[in-house]
Design a protein around this ligand. Structure first.
Ligand SMILES: *[C@@H]1O[C@H](CO)[C@@H](O)[C@H](O)[C@H]1NC(C)=O
Ligand SMILES: *[C@@H]1O[C@H](CO)[C@@H](O)[C@H](O)[C@H]1NC(C)=O
Ligand SMILES: *[C@@H]1O[C@H](CO)[C@@H](O)[C@H](O)[C@H]1NC(C)=O
Length: 153
């Protein structure tokens, strides 16, 4: 490719690609009943803080850190008496939400599943998440490679 074409590509990604890559939407809900039809939210600090505060109800040592990368989280835990909890929403990547310990893990909680992923609305069903997040990571790396030389991008 000639320099000019590369530059035009970079500019195109700068103008069109970046907003769609970096504006993230996730499903949000906080119990099994409202997770049947979760709402769709735009990730920002207050949305990620809200998910973090929900996690604090069930997990130990949830960090109060803030980072600039948002992920979509879905975590679902079940008690031995059949009562379960489900949380979906935006979360900071640095929260490492799937490595948290349940606050009553010693007694009767057992975590059934937890994942986070980085594409829009990827926190619906567990099965597609791995695939979709790796696609997003590739897209992000390509975009950041192409962006490195665009002034003001
Ligand atoms: C949690 O996940 C299990 C297994 O995927 C599922 O059977 C259960 O209904 C889920 N619980 C909630 C509250 O979604
Ligand atoms: C999110 O939480 C952090 C850490 O507690 C806090 O510093 C920040 O002001 C909060 N942001 C919003 C928008 O609530
Ligand atoms: C979670 O913990 C495991 C084992 O300690 C570690 O290998 C893994 O990298 C951690 N994942 C994250 C996202 O921190």
């Amino acid at each position: 490719m000639s320099q000019k074409i590369i530059y035009l590509l970079q500019l195109l990604i700068c103008l069109v690609g970046v907003p769609t890559v970096f504006t993230k939407e996730c499903y949000q809900c906080n119990n099994p009943a409202n997770c049947v039809s979760p709402s769709v939210i735009q990730c920002d600090q207050s949305a990620a803080n809200r998910t973090r505060d929900e996690l604090k109800l069930y997990f130990l040592n949830v960090p109060d850190i803030v980072s600039s990368n948002y992920m979509c989280l879905r975590t679902n835990s079940t008690q031995s008496n059949g009562i379960s909890t489900e949380i979906r929403g935006c979360i900071y990547d640095e929260t490492k939400a799937c490595n948290l310990t349940l606050n009553t893990a010693g007694s009767h909680w057992s975590r059934s599943n937890c994942f986070y992923c980085s594409t829009n609305l990827c926190n619906s069903a567990p099965n597609i998440a791995g695939y979709r997040s790796s696609v997003a990571i590739i897209a992000l790396s390509v975009a950041s490679l192409l962006l490195t030389n665009v002034p003001g991008c």
